[in-house]
Design a binder for this molecule. Structure first.
Ligand code: MSP
Length: 474
């Protein structure tokens, strides 16, 4: 049955240029979008940037740059990464420059129930890295576990608070029953146990001074701007016109959010609670991916193991980067990537693997088949493939495709059609035809993963012409 499908990436901070972790999230969401289009669903795919974070401002100030100039420059590098990776997002929302974002965020705020909001004085420890207050039970050795080297800031001010606890029971039920699906199960359990540990009020605004004048104004209070997570989360509905011309919102919401494991609580707890308070439908699903390390360590400039996605794309092409992230990083687990490991995978699995297979088969086909192959008539996809994709086990779906690539390779070696054709031409041709048809089917399955290779393979088969080199050896 045809349906609508709405998928989003999280919106990254623009305090620096994108890293390979952002690339991972983009390609995961992209496969979700491309797969849904492939099976005929009316799909909308959103990405964007999170501009109003305090850490963006601090970085701009450190660089001695004007805030909006600094932010726009970095936002453009995220746009470029999406383009360079061949990500098929239908829209991009930039929170500080998009009027629809500011309008929607203010609308959501105004719709929050009065009983859920309270203005009060607060004193707490703030982690700028997480853009979040920390409580005792979050800390490890007195530090934020995500940013152990950063100093926690003691902040004391009067803010608006949201009574998250009002939604504790409801959130627990929604997540437990999968009305709000949190995937994978381990993340669902983590979120549930956090909820059961008790939900405290959260501060949802900042004084204009502490925010360095940067943020979405709280409706009706000029002294306060919204806490960045509140405006940022609302991007998912604002992009669809919430609070304005909401045709797309009516059509596509609720959606699926693809996020990293460090921000699952914001998406599976705070976000649905805000929506419940404002009387808006909650998201359908939160898909939580893992983290990429390099050489077993967190990427950091001081260790010198930071992997720049642009460099990899420049050297190996977008398809190779997509391939590595989708097949060699488990969608829901953590994964590792080093430059050496990447090169080995590229040469072994793409240049000598798929690339070589395509040229072997198309050479046989060019040499021995006179008539072009008709487009194979297929209207469904194998169960192993659809089941893995429906449950977002993307590396499993990629493994399935590669099992067919390997089987096809073996079939050539085992049946030796290039020898058969010399003694029995008709039989040899039949065998080559079979190889070519299977190659076409593989090309079709590759569509969400390697969209360019997919097209090149299918076109080569239909034209009976070897494609200009696919994955040259490095
Ligand atoms: N701005 C917030 C998101 C707001 S969404 C309403 C944010 N930005 S971020 O730039 O820090 O992270 C963006 C995404 O990248 C998150 O999903 C995060 O988990 C992911 N990753 C950051 N580092 C990562 C890795 N090393 N590996 C994989 N993903 C990583 O959080």
């Amino acid at each position: 049955m045809k349906k609508t499908f709405y998928i989003t990436t999280s919106i990254p901070y623009v305090n620096a240029a994108p890293h390979i972790g952002h690339a991972l999230e983009f390609v995961i969401a992209d496969v979700g979008a491309r797969y849904n289009r492939l099976i005929g669903n009316d799909t909308f795919f959103l990405s964007g940037t999170d501009d109003y974070a305090l850490k963006n401002v601090l970085k701009a100030e450190e660089a001695g740059e004007e805030i909006s100039g600094y932010i726009n420059r970095h936002a453009d590098t995220f746009r470029k990464l999406l383009k360079d990776l061949n990500i098929s997002n239908d829209d991009f929302i930039q929170t500080s420059t998009d009027a629809r974002h500011i309008r929607g965020a203010q609308k959501l705020w105004s719709n929050l129930k009065e009983k859920d909001i309270e203005k009060k004085a607060y004193k707490g420890l703030y982690c700028v890295g997480c853009e979040d207050f920390k409580i005792e039970r979050d800390l490890v050795d007195g530090c934020c576990p995500n940013h152990p080297n950063a100093k926690l800031e003691t902040v004391e001010e009067e803010n608006y608070f949201f009574k998250l606890g009002n939604y504790q029971k409801q959130l627990e039920e929604l997540i437990e029953s999968d009305k709000l699906e949190v995937v994978p199960e381990t993340r669902k359990n983590e979120v549930l146990s956090f909820i059961r540990g008790g939900l405290e009020d959260i501060s949802i605004s900042r004084s204009v001074e502490r925010a360095h004048g940067w943020g979405v104004k709280v409706p009706g209070d000029d002294t306060q701007v919204m806490y960045v997570w509140v405006d940022a989360l609302s991007n998912y509905i604002n992009a669809l016109g919430y609070g304005g011309d909401d045709k797309l919102f009516q059509k596509y919401w609720p959606g699926v959010h693809v996020v990293g494991k460090d921000i699952s609580r914001f998406h599976a707890i705070i976000w649905p609670a805000l929506l419940l308070s404002a009387g808006v439908e909650i998201p359908e699903k939160v898909l939580v991916h893992g983290f990429i390390t390099s050489g077993g360590q967190k990427m950091s400039k001081s260790v010198g193991n930071v992997i720049d996605p642009f460099e990899l794309i420049e050297e190996y092409g977008a398809e190779a980067v997509r391939y590595y992230l989708l097949r060699h990083i488990s969608t829901f687990g953590d994964g590792d990537l080093t430059k050496e490991g990447f090169k080995d995978v590229y040469n072994g699995e793409l240049a000598n693997g798929l690339g070589n297979l395509v040229s072997r088969i198309m050479k046989l086909s060019e040499d021995h088949l006179e008539e072009k192959i008709e487009r194979p008539e297929v209207d469904s996809f194998p169960k192993e493939y659809t089941e893995a994709l429906e449950s977002f086990k993307l590396n499993q779906a990629a493994d399935y495709i590669w099992s067919r690539v390997q089987a096809l390779d073996r079939k050539i070696t085992d049946t030796e059609p290039y020898k058969v054709i010399k003694v029995d031409e008709a039989k040899g041709r039949e065998m080559i035809k079979e190889l070519v048809v299977e190659l076409y089917l593989i090309g079709r399955l590759l569509n969400p993963f390697l969209p360019e290779a997919s097209v090149k393979i299918k076109e080569a088969v239909l034209a009976n012409k070897k494609p200009v080199s696919l994955f040259e050896r490095k």
